[in-house]
Design a protein around this ligand. Structure first.
Ligand code: BGC
Length: 253
């Protein structure tokens, strides 16, 4: 029997990546295509890049797209690490028009929410009930919260205040790179961040994602947190896979 396929596109501040996805296995069905994010990363320029990727694979079905933005009913309400012109943009209609599809064939969701969807379905979150929070450490810090496996969309836990600062300006993976911190030097910042977050929420599990989760064994054991923290399983493809899953499941509903 043929496995169900979907298509996901993950839009980030530096790159736009997309690929067909094997929905059941939660893996890329083909080698992904990545193009640098246009600068400035305006809605029209980014929509052109998304179309280039989708057309390259001659994909004609529904498409899931992530943005580093709060997304309500397909409209971006914030824009972090991407052009501010996204704020107020009906991204779902924009992509639908640019890809020649109806609006309901496109799903747009927050990038961390998409990564979380994939982790819960086929990654580190499989079988975990209760409250699970996925944190993605990259240019910023993204978050996705699940209650008994169901996504509570648009949590923005990367922006809680830590010692008077925006959390992601202290503990994102980009800060580790910018300040050339070792894992031993960066881990206390992540501890401080998660401990601050734990004042407000009591998750049963944190899943740490983003590129830096690949080296999770070097810093996750150094964290001092109340809730357990495990490394994400899907790494850099989680956004693409989760976006494709979101689009495929909305098609069924
Ligand atoms: C944004 C989030 C996004 C995260 C990761 C944050 O700055 O506010 O919406 O999920 O970065 O890209």
């Amino acid at each position: 029997m043929a496995t169900a396929r979907g298509f996901g596109v993950d839009i980030g501040g530096s790159g736009i990546k997309g690929s067909p996805v094997d929905i059941d296995a939660g893996v890329l069905a083909e080698e992904r295509m990545r193009i640098p994010t246009p600068q400035p990363s305006t809605p029209d320029a980014v929509a052109d890049s998304v179309a280039e990727i989708v057309e390259k694979f001659a994909w004609t079905g529904p498409v899931g797209v992530t943005l580093p933005c709060v997304i309500k009913d397909g409209t971006a309400l914030t824009a972090a690490n991407i052009d501010k012109g996204w704020i107020g943009t009906d991204a779902q209609s924009l992509f639908a028009e640019r890809l020649g599809r109806s609006r309901d064939e496109i799903v747009v969701l927050n990038d961390a929410d998409a990564a979380g969807v994939a982790e819960m379905r086929v990654g580190a979150g499989v079988g975990h009930q209760g409250q699970v929070v996925v944190l993605t450490f990259g240019t910023g810090i993204g978050s996705a919260m699940f209650i008994d496996g169901k996504l509570v969309p648009n949590t923005e836990f990367g922006h809680i205040e830590v010692d008077g600062h925006d959390a992601e300006s202290q503990a994102a993976a980009s800060i580790k790179d910018d300040l050339e911190l070792s894992y031993e030097e960066w881990a206390p910042r992540v501890t401080r961040y998660i401990q601050s977050l734990e004042k407000f929420i009591w998750p049963d599990l944190f899943i740490a994602g983003g590129g830096v989760s690949r080296k999770g064994h070097k810093w996750i054991p150094l964290l001092e947190t109340r809730s357990p923290v495990v490394a994400a399983a899907l790494r850099n493809d989680a956004g693409i896979v989760g976006a494709a899953m979101a689009a495929a499941s909305s098609e069924k509903s």
